[in-house]
Design a protein. Structure first.
Length: 149
C-alpha cells in the first residue's frame, strides 16, 4: 500500500512540476511586469517546493518501495536520472534569482519591465530545463524495468 501511495504522489508531483514550468514559460515574455511578476514569483516558489517534495517522495520510493533500495542504488540509470534532476535544479537557479530581482525592481518602480535581452536569456534557460526534464521519465522507465542492472 505504501508503495502505491508513494507512486501516486510521485506522479502527481511530477505533473505539477511540469505544469508549473509550462506556466512560467508562458509568463516570462517581453513586457512582463507588475501583477504578472508577482504571480511568476509565486509560481516559481511553488515550482521549487514541488521539486523538493519530488526529491522526498522519490527517496521514499527508493528506501520504502516494493523493490528495495539496492535495485536503484546499484543501477547507473538511476544515477543518470538523479543527475538529470540535479541539472534541472541547477538550471533553475538563475531564473529564480532573476525573477526575485525583477520582483524587487517592480516593487520599487511600478512601471518596471525587464529588458527583452534578459527575458530571452531566462526563456533559453527554462527551455534547457524543459529539455533535461524530458530525459528524466526516459531514465525512470528504463530504471523501473531493470535496464542498467
Ligand atoms: C522531476 C523529477 C522526476 C521525474 C520526472 C520522475 C519520473 C518518474 C517516472 C515517470 C516514474 C515511473 C517509471 C515507470 O514505472 O515506468 C518514476 C519512478 C520512480 N522514481 Fe522518479 N522521477 C523524478 C524524480 C525522482 C527522484 C528525485 C527520485 C529519487 C530520489 C526518484 C525515484 C523514483 C523511484 C524509486 C521510482 C520507482 C521505479 C520503479 O517502479 O521501480 N524519482 N519516476
Amino acid at each position: 500500500m505504501l508503495d502505491l501511495v508513494l507512486a501516486v504522489l510521485h506522479h502527481l508531483l511530477i505533473l505539477s512540476m511540469a505544469g508549473l514550468l509550462a506556466v512560467e514559460l508562458a509568463l516570462v515574455r517581453p513586457g512582463v511586469g507588475g501583477a504578472s511578476l508577482k504571480t511568476l514569483a509565486v509560481i516559481d516558489a511553488g515550482y521549487g517546493a514541488t521539486a523538493t517534495l519530488i526529491l522526498v517522495v522519490g527517496a521514499g520510493r527508493v528506501f520504502f518501495g516494493a523493490k528495495g533500495s539496492a535495485f536503484y542504488l546499484e543501477n547507473p540509470v538511476f544515477w543518470a536520472k538523479i543527475t538529470a534532476f540535479v541539472v534541472v535544479g541547477l538550471l533553475s537557479a538563475w531564473p529564480t534569482v532573476t525573477i526575485l530581482k525583477w520582483r524587487k525592481q517592480a516593487t520599487a518602480d511600478l512601471a518596471f519591465a525587464p529588458s527583452t535581452g534578459e527575458v530571452a536569456r531566462i526563456r533559453r534557460m527554462m527551455g534547457m530545463e524543459l529539455a533535461v526534464f524530458a530525459l528524466i521519465p526516459i531514465f525512470a522507465a528504463a530504471m523501473a524495468r531493470g535496464y542498467g542492472l
